[in-house]
Design a protein around this ligand. Sequence first.
Ligand SMILES: [Zn+2]
Ligand SMILES: [Zn+2]
Length: 229
Amino acid sequence: MQLLFPRRCPICDRIVTPAGEKICLECLKKIRPIAAPWCMICGKGLAEAGELCEACRRGRMHAFRRARALYDYPSVAHSIYRFKYEGRREYKDFYGEEMAKYLGDYVRGTGAEGLIPVPLHPRRLRRRGYNQAKELAEVMGRELGLPVFDKILFRVKYTAPLKEQNYKERQNNLKKAFLVRQNDVKLKTIILIDDIFTTGTTVDEAAAALIEGGIPNVYVLTLAGGMEG
Ligand SMILES: [Zn+2]
Ligand SMILES: [Zn+2]
């Protein structure tokens, strides 16, 4: 398999060197994990020592309890674009394993019973072929020994790509976008998995639906997120 379908590097998109690795050793230096300190609520990297980012200090409310992100978004922005829109599904292995490795302690600390990927609308899923959040959740679940529940939360409203909307439009369009169809397993604490945390609007709406659906403790983990300053 390695010879027929050599793995591409998530950063430079060329065939990985040395072979057998999931990322080029050179490219590994180009991605930046969000380093301490980060906001204790939304996980945003802080410009100076402190507990909360400016938005959370000012009282920005979130439906989720806490969020963490692995990478500083600009350092992986192109890569995430290819991962989502250009069929580079294979990036999931490197990214899912790194999320498990660096944020496994956070996941265990929440006492989560499982992972729930932020779902795509069925129409978008058909077009894209896979849900990048579910791909990440499956690799993480395997690494951390946690089940992935992808039949609980559904996206019931088709929305335009978020990048084409401003903040207010996003908030309005995401209203009632998610729905819990069943919580037979009676989950109490879960981790919501997504690729990017920007304003948090998407995960907040998804978390609100989960809470309404009977899962009171929703934590968030994303591949990439923002930094202050
Ligand atoms: Zn590379
Ligand atoms: Zn914050």
